[in-house]
Design a protein around this ligand. Structure first.
Ligand code: KG4
Ligand code: ZN
Length: 347
């Protein structure tokens, strides 16, 4: 089955064509980062307008790269949520209209579930059924959470950040350090030559949870580390005597150490066949290394999303869509995007 997927939940516009949930025939991503950079973060209105401008051309590019025509598309899929409402609407409406025009089924996809599914894309990917149940770690600009997965569409939240997401903390830290936006990749580059133990930024201990039902020791808090960096910079006159590489390395270390600790605790609790991780921050080599160390120590198979499928992309949408039921025609016009879409809503 060949699925055309569309992703427009935030600041990347993407179209991709995936065969049978695994084989990526094409994947085109247009990053809007240059448009948002002057504002120091994503401006929703700009994001929506850019999606409108670029999506039609990207869909044609995806077909061309895959070397197929519209007639070969068996279903159309798009991100339903979570994400920015105006941005989601562009891709979701376009995908529904396209499905109607082609006379093919439409499939809604959950963005976070798709980030984890990214692990199963490509020729070197592990088999899906042999990997489940799995512990899922999702680390992106908007989310940081641990999930117990029975299948790619059936998962239970074990813990999550109670304030900033890890990517958000990296972006905010980079902004405090005057490194620009987005922060994760710049901090990673700088940190390679820095000492991770230069400043001991705090690792939060969570005792009480705003969300009942989760385990505090499997939750994260990243707003304190950002505040600690801010105070460090105030105390040291903007870090004048410090090497930016040391600050970047120490800052990312505090965030990744907390993620690795939560991952380790979760692995000790759940009975799984593998652990999988996805999301933009999983691109980071230092974090990948830490997760590999934890999994090796626990004797658990670990599958990390390929770096090309970590950040927002439509291949993960078209891939997961192979497992999602068609949205019945009668619901196509009524069912809309959902900026806070709950897990499991597309199963
Ligand atoms: O998954 P993603 O593209 O979008 C969301 O769904 O949020 O993740 C974006 C986040 C940003 O915070 C960005 O700084 C971070 O991923 N990121 C990285 C790296 N590349 C992107 N963080 C650390 N190291 C990287 N190499
Ligand atoms: Zn994402």
């Amino acid at each position: 089955m060949i699925i055309l997927g569309i992703e427009t939940s935030c600041d990347e516009t993407s179209a991709a064509i995936v065969r049978d949930g695994v084989e990526v025939l094409s994947s085109v991503i247009h990053s809007q980062v240059e448009k948002h950079r002057p504002h120091g973060g994503v401006v929703p209105e700009i994001a929506s307008r850019m999606h409108v401008e670029t999506l039609p051309g990207l869909m044609l590019q995806a077909l061309e790269q895959a070397g197929i025509g519209w007639d070969r598309i068996d279903a159309v899929a798009a991100t339903r949520g979570p994400g920015l409402a105006g941005a989601l609407l562009i891709g979701y409406s376009a995908a529904k209209a396209l499905a109607l025009r082609l006379g093919k089924p439409f499939r809604p996809v959950h963005h976070l579930e798709a980030h984890l599914y990214a692990v199963f894309l490509g020729p070197d990917a592990p088999g899906l059924s042999g990997s489940m149940p799995a512990l899922g770690l999702l680390v992106s600009g908007g989310h940081s959470c641990l999930l117990h997965m029975k299948s790619p569409l059936d998962m239970r939240l074990l813990g999550q950040t109670i304030d900033d997401a890890a990517g958000e903390a990296l972006d905010k830290g980079a902004s405090l350090l005057g490194l620009g936006y987005p922060g994760g990749p710049v901090i990673e580059r700088l940190a390679r030559d820095g000492r991770a133990d230069f400043v001991n930024f705090p690792r939060a201990r969570i005792e009480r949870l705003p969300v009942p039902g989760l385990a505090p020791e499997l939750c994260f808090s990243f707003s304190g580390v950002k505040t600690a960096l801010k105070y460090h910079l105030q105390r040291t006159g903007g870090g004048a005597g410090d090497s930016p590489a040391d600050l970047a390395a120490s800052y990312q270390e505090a965030i990744f150490d907390a993620l690795a600790t939560g991952f380790d605790r979760a692995l000790a609790r759940v009975n799984v066949r593998s652990a999988i991780a996805g999301g933009g921050v999983i691109c980071n080599r230092s974090l990948r290394g830490k997760l590999e160390d934890v999994a090796a120590r626990r004797g658990c198979a670990l599958h990390l999303a390929a770096p090309v499928h970590c950040a927002d992309n439509a291949a993960m949408i078209a891939g997961l869509a192979a497992h999602v039921p068609d949205l019945p025609l009668a619901r196509l016009l009524d069912e809309d995007i959902h900026p806070r879409l709950p897990l499991g809503a597309c199963a």
